[in-house]
Design a protein around this ligand. Structure first.
Ligand code: NDP
Ligand code: OXD
Length: 309
């Protein structure tokens, strides 16, 4: 029986060593050297080649080496009867939170203005609104969004959270569904999107939504790129409706060199770096989930086919 590891840029040697210690009974096959396809029971994947996953008739689970599963679902032939297990480990939750905090402070304390001033040698201090006068709108209150919302609330920000179904999170005012989104956008000075990519969220943040946002407010996107309409965002920034945007995720990754985001003075680009998978904590979570499946228990969290996340 074997485990397939298919992550082109991953540290395959380290994963192989760790699995040899933690799950010695399983062969660890590194793509494209998959061995006997009938032996493959678990596929550990990040962006597997399209068409590959249907080759393994005895797959028990596909384990995503990431929280999102869109990198797997871009393949129309992914077996429909095999569970897809997401990865949400504490280290990347922590790092996503810190990343969101970095950009919120960047905008709250005018660091973006100081960076521009430095280029021109300008020594000019700007007043800033206190944390208590900022309202953070967190779109997506799942494994990532909830701790992010809590962190901001604990720091003294007013926090609004938005999800599909209604949530209750301490010190966070929770909103649900499309009807309540305009209120979140209208009240927030900094909107942080941690939404997954689904048929409902694709293109959600478009010109209508940007016009509902507070004038001069800021956008941070650490969920998925296609949730934003890029051209509409650039127009909203150019019109001054939005103050600036920090973007970590994009329609096409790596972000093409000719994309206008690269050179836009009020867009901050990072290369999908908000909460990168950390090998050891990811390995522990994945080994734990394989252990559960072997004992007949349910792994967690499982991608929900009906909801698309
Ligand atoms: P979860 O599935 O735990 O949470 C998703 C949240 O989004 C839930 O609160 C859900 O609502 C909400 N949601 C989904 N669809 C809608 C909708 N149509 N309208 C309103 N709310 C909606 O995901 P995670 O929190 O674990 O991860 C979120 C995303 O973060 C991942 O899918 C991935 O794309 C991204 N990510 C990015 C990383 C990076 O490095 N930039 C790293 C890790 C993750 P409800 O609570 O009602 O179900
Ligand atoms: C993701 C991840 O899903 O890096 O983006 O985990």
């Amino acid at each position: 029986m074997s485990i397939l590891f298919s992550w082109e840029n991953g540290n395959a040697d380290l994963w192989q060593r760790e699995f040899a210690t933690r799950l010695p009974s399983q062969q660890f096959q590194i793509f494209p050297d998959v061995g006997a396809v009938d032996d493959v029971e678990y596929a550990l994947v990040w962006m597997p080649p399209i068409g590959d996953l249907k080759r393994y008739p005895n797959l028990k689970a596909i384990l995503s080496i990431g929280a999102g599963c869109d990198h797997i679902l871009r393949d129309p032939d992914v077996p429909k009867n095999v569970p897809i297990v997401r990865l949400v480990d504490d280290v990347s939750v922590r790092d996503m939170s810190h990343f969101a905090l970095h950009w919120a402070l960047h905008f709250q304390r005018n660091f973006y203005l100081y960076a521009e001033q430095q280029r021109d040698g300008i020594w000019q201090r700007h007043s800033y609104r206190d944390i208590s006068q900022h309202c953070i709108g967190v779109l997506g209150l799942g494994g990532m969004g909830t701790p992010i919302a809590r962190m901001f609330a604990n720091l003294g920000f007013e926090v609004l959270g938005w999800s599909r179904g209604r949530k209750a999170v301490d010190a966070v005012t929770c909103f649900a569904g499309l009807d309540e989104l305009p209120e979140v956008l209208a009240k927030s000075t900094i909107v942080i999107s941690v939404l997954p990519l689904t048929s409902e969220t694709a293109g959600l943040l478009n010109c209508d939504r940007f016009s509902q946002m507070k004038a001069g407010s800021f956008l941070v996107n650490i969920g998925r790129g296609p949730v934003i309409n890029d051209a509409n965002l650039i127009a909203a920034l150019d019109e001054g409706q939005l103050g600036a945007a920090a973007l970590d995720v994009f329609d096409v990754e790596p972000l093409p060199t000719e994309h206008p985001f690269w050179k836009h003075p009020r867009v901050y680009v990072t290369p999908h770096a908000a909460g990168p998978t950390k090998d050891i904590s990811a390995i522990k979570q994945i080994v734990g989930n394989i252990g559960k499946i072997e004992k007949g228990e349910d792994p967690h969290p499982v991608w929900n086919r009906q909801l698309g996340y």
